[in-house]
Design a protein around this ligand. Structure first.
Ligand SMILES: NC(=O)c1ccc[n+]([C@@H]2O[C@H](COP(=O)([O-])OP(=O)(O)OC[C@H]3O[C@@H](n4cnc5c(N)ncnc54)[C@H](OP(=O)(O)O)[C@@H]3O)[C@@H](O)[C@H]2O)c1
Length: 333
């Protein structure tokens, strides 16, 4: 059967998505971005992946977040995205903001991992081929490499921009004390860091507590939150057990050990607060992050169009009363 040609929704920029400026840059990103870490690999169903990607773009999600090793298998999420790029998204390339990263294990041998110039440059070349792209919009150093001089990693990012293979660069999961030096290096070389990407959710508060959010702002960078739903914990997914098709049951990054009685108690209590706000737990968890304007965007994952659509409802109410915030902190204490 010949597939119909994808044609994006005409109202994609008027249907409710809002865009926020990334730090002191020219770039605005959708408040909700879509990540392809899980659900887009060669173990997943291509048709489902396509439906999620199309729905996202139809609803104003212009930012898609990838990395060299997303899958499984490694590289296969980029291949999936590359297929969709070729078959459907190519006419809209200039409406899309696409990221990739290097720095975690990708291929065998001494150059397939970490922060060397060799790894970053080779990995990005591979990623561009897999994604059928000439350039990415942002390329990240996926994690700090304590064994490689920071200057080597940062200079590779600078040179990648000079080569035209990425328009902007970003840092992911860098400790606060190293991030400060990285921001300075990049700024001094006229390639300011666009985004700091960090794990942040109701359950993971390090970016606030370790000063990462404030530091990004002070350095003119945006902050983009990953795993904002704590990989599914902050949704109704596990409130009544472990569904067969869930990340935990499928052997994803989230493990069943995370579901302690204490955690379940917290999730049920948060779910009750969300209910009083007229939101699902997932909606409230996303809204809670977006209440802070130093968060540029939240990168969600979704295994179905329904999850994506549910999560987009978070944008209807990102305001919290003092009382609601107190109640949430009380639960998380
Ligand atoms: N920089 C880094 O090191 C790093 C690390 C991790 C992630 N990331 C980025 O962040 C993105 C998001 O990470 P994540 O997938 O962990 O994000 P997440 O949004 O915290 O979790 C996504 C998972 O939650 C469940 N879910 C989502 N919406 C739901 C809903 N409405 N109802 C019920 N369940 C729902 C789904 O799990 P099921 O599959 O069980 O349905 C989904 O796969 C990644 O794709 C990646 O781009 C970056």
């Amino acid at each position: 059967m010949i597939e119909p040609v994808y044609s994006p929704a005409n109202d994609r920029y008027t249907c409710g998505m809002k865009y926020r400026r990334a730090g002191k840059s020219g770039i605005c990103l959708p408040e909700i971005s879509l990540g392809l870490w899980h659900n887009f690999g060669d173990v997943d169903t291509l048709a489902n992946g396509k439906r999620i990607l199309f729905c996202a773009f139809d609803r104003g999600i212009t930012h898609f977040d990838l990395a060299n090793n997303y899958g499984p298998s490694y590289g296969s999420a980029e291949e999936t995205f590359g297929q969709v790029m070729k078959s459907s998204f190519l006419p809209y390339r200039d409406e899309l903001f696409i990221s990739t990263k290097a720095g975690h294990d990708m291929w065998e041998g001494p150059y397939g991992n970490w922060g060397s110039r060799k790894h970053l440059m080779a990995s990005l070349d591979q990623s561009l081929k897999r994604m059928n792209l000439d350039y990415v919009d942002i390329f990240y150093s996926h994690r700090y490499d304590p064994e490689t001089p920071l200057e080597e990693t940062m200079q590779a990012l600078v040179d990648i921009v000079r080569q035209g293979k990425a328009l902007y660069v970003g840092l992911s999961k860098y400790p606060e004390e190293v991030a400060g030096k990285a921001y300075s290096y990049l700024r001094a070389h006229d390639v300011p860091c666009l985004l700091y990407q960090g794990r942040y959710s109701l359950l993971v508060r390090e970016p606030e507590r370790q000063g990462i959010l404030a530091q990004a702002k002070a350095n003119g960078a945006g902050f983009i939150a990953f795993s904002p739903l704590a990989e599914g914990l902050l949704t109704n997914r596990y409130l009544n057990g472990i569904p067969e098709d869930s990340r935990i049951a499928r052997g994803g990054h989230l493990k069943k050990e995370a579901l302690t009685d204490e955690m379940l108690h917290k999730l049920w209590s948060l779910n009750a607060v969300a209910g009083k706000r007229g939101q699902s737990l997932a909606e409230m968890a996303l809204a809670w992050l977006l209440k802070d304007d130093s968060v540029t965007s939240v990168i969600i994952g979704a295994s179905s169009v329904k999850q994506l659509e549910d999560n987009l409802k978070a944008l209807d109410n990102t305001h919290f009363s003092e009382e609601e915030l107190r109640e949430i902190e009380e639960v998380l204490k």
